[in-house]
Design a protein around this ligand. Sequence first.
Ligand SMILES: N[C@@H](CCO)C(=O)O
Length: 409
Amino acid sequence: MSSDRRRRAARPAAPAPSPRRAHVPTRRRVDAPAPGPIPASAAWREGDEVGRRQFVDVGPVELEAGERLPAVRLAYETWGTLSPARDNAVLVMHALTGDSHVTGAAGPGHPTAGWWSTLVGPGAPIDTDRYFVVVPNVLGGCQGSTGPASTAPDGRPWGGRFPHITVRDQVAVEVGLTDALGIDAWALVVGGSLGGLRALEWAASNPSRVRAVAAIATSAQTSGDQIANFHTQIGAIRADPRFADGDYYDAPDGEGPHVGLGIARQIAHASYRSARELDERFGRIPQAAENPLGGGRFAVQSYLDHHGDKLARRFDANTYVVLTRTMITHDLGRDRGGVDAALAQITARALVVAVDSDRLFPPSQSDRIAAGIPGAGPVRTIRSTFGHDGFLIETDQIGPMVEGFLAGG
Ligand SMILES: N[C@@H](CCO)C(=O)O
């Protein structure tokens, strides 16, 4: 059964800790057909299917760390119609491995279905019959926006030469997109995880252009614990000889650092789920037909292998490194007198949402955000066993929170 179907089948009507799957051991047959070779990079490239993507050229960008990108292009998708008063625009920000395809089915140019399809769409909590929804692929990304797989001025991919960028740079180019769309102020800027870092940066750096902000499972400043977690992921990628300091796009054998990227994803994925879920769902159950005492795997090992493999097939290792670095350096308070001062200058109404079992972006970080933003209500809590990924999974709880918040504006 697909995870979507499992979810629908067991989803409770009222918001509550979701019992679905948490107690269901998951085994996957190891003799399933392999999906084929892994590409050196799954970055979207010029000439690939465009799908629903649109593009805006933002021009040259002076970066916070001092370097310069001579030409920046953002890929984005939109749903709905901008009102004559231009007051119904909602900016949705994706997380680390997301993209502009927030809603809708998989199709040409979009190998995966929308990552927040139950939250965004016609009649959904972010109702595209009512709001004009804009979703950019982040600067540094690999799904159409300028990133390490893009062509540098010398005609070769940027690769390891791609400059250091920050969350502030990402937001600065999104301001360019906003200008190009003729939007003075967003009715809402919403994002989770890395998307939430950018949502907060939007509200802090452009207070007059953000009427409301929703920061979900995120932080105003990444912590030592988060930096440590992210550092090991970058280390796994760098240690893969096929990474070649980021210059693997034209490797003669067509191979890329999918081993390193897969291990990075495994480290990350374990932190995206709660210890309780991994214990209750997998525990010490051996993977089907494997004997751990004979060198085989437990089901949880197979599960992580699967997620590592799956990401390596749809993502670019350099983008993973570049975006992870933006999370490492994220500090809303940098050059603003500290985090509390930066939060205090946010004038937008604010919705702050935490996942109770999130061990990567713990609820204490949401508490700090809510305490610091003058227009924030109390933190809203998603009750979930799924940890950080609860912000992607528990849309039956997030939906009413976001819908009610939008209605209050
Ligand atoms: N599962 C999410 C977690 C990061 O927030 C992602 O892949 O982007």
